[in-house]
Design a binder for this molecule. Structure first.
Ligand code: NAP
Length: 293
């Protein structure tokens, strides 16, 4: 298929590369020039990338970035023709998604929200899980592209429901990780070995995919970003906004948001969100250590 891929960050670069490897005709664009994907053409603007594309796939930071890349000056919208599909893998506001979808629908362009989970490693290995909102017929057309980048698609309903579900998922990731980080901090302060605590977690009902993924990094004190703290913070804020719009109270997440605020003030925003641990450690006057540390 002819695909324009917009946004070559941690996730987008590998996703676009996997599309090329699967034999699709890919044109890429990135705001900051110089990022390349082997085998893909490079366009100077989103509009130029989208020219003649059947699908425009997006993976940019946030709601404002999606608006700019689609509806802004030289945005993809201006060159899309009837029958094209925009697939958005950025994590953004569900209500803004509906507005963008309505806007492009006037040109006969469909919107599929396709946020994903699987992090940097899932993007690299083509094993992402896509959480999708959109019409069945459009998702069907996108299946060869989903298959090149991921291992599973969950259709959650019409356009917007993918983003809504993604927020409900990240709410859990953020809170499960904070639970783990608080447990590690307390256990360390009380003299318990972190590696042994992790082994116990893994052998009991306390285990979780989040802990399984994060524990090796945390125990080696490797906070290089798989999922940067600033992006998880953005998702927490999006979730709190969506909850406010829907008149739902999320007191646990509200508290976690405060921790992210302080971790950001502490200079951790470009580290992995696992670095919220360092704040808890500072308050407790301890440092969590694993075998490899
Ligand atoms: P990233 O590495 O920070 O990359 C962000 C991309 O967005 C870059 O290409 C950046 O361009 C572009 N961008 C930012 N603001 C822009 C703007 N105003 N106009 C145009 N382009 C703009 O982020 P990422 O980790 O790839 O994440 C991308 C999206 O996927 C986010 O919504 C994130 O929440 C979501 N996500 C990430 C993960 C993960 O583990 N990393 C997992 C699931 C979902 P420049 O190069 O010019 O800065």
């Amino acid at each position: 298929m002819r695909v324009a891929f917009l946004g070559l960050g941690i996730m987008g670069q590998s996703m676009a590369s996997n599309l090329v490897k699967a034999g699709h005709e890919v044109t890429v664009w990135n705001r900051t020039p110089g990022k390349l994907v082997e085998g893909a053409a490079v366009a100077p603007t989103p509009a130029a990338a989208a020219q003649g594309a059947e699908v425009v796939w997006l993976c940019v930071s946030d709601t404002d970035a999606v608006e700019e890349v689609i509806c802004g000056k030289d945005g993809a919208e201006s060159s899309l023709s009837e029958g094209a599909i925009i697939a958005d893998s950025s994590t953004i506001s569900p209500s803004a998604t509906l507005k963008f979808a309505e806007k492009v629908a006037a040109k006969g362009v469909a919107w599929v929200d396709a946020p994903m989970t699987g992090s940097k490693i899932g993007a690299r290995d083509g094993t992402l899980v896509f959480i999708v909102g959109g019409a069945e017929e459009h998702i069907e057309r996108l299946k060869p592209l989903f298959a090149a980048m991921g291992k599973k698609i969950f259709r959650m309903g019409e356009t917007g429901k993918g983003q809504a579900t993604k927020l409900a998922m990240n709410l859990q990731i953020a809170m499960i990780y904070e639970g783990f980080a608080e447990a590690l901090t307390l256990a360390t302060k009380l003299g318990v070995d972190s590696q042994q605590l992790v082994s116990l977690i893994e052998a009991t009902m306390v285990r979780s995919g989040v802990v399984e993924y994060k524990a090796p990094f945390v125990l080696q004190r490797d906070f290089t970003p798989n999922f940067p703290l600033r992006l998880m913070h953005k998702d927490i804020r999006l979730t709190l906004e969506a909850a406010k719009e829907a008149r739902v109270k999320l007191p646990g997440l509200q508290t976690v948001e405060e921790i992210y605020e302080l971790a950001t003030e502490d200079g951790n925003k470009d580290l992995d969100y696992a670095a919220t641990l360092t704040l808890l450690e500072k308050w407790a006057g301890v440092q969590v250590k694993g075998k490899a540390a």
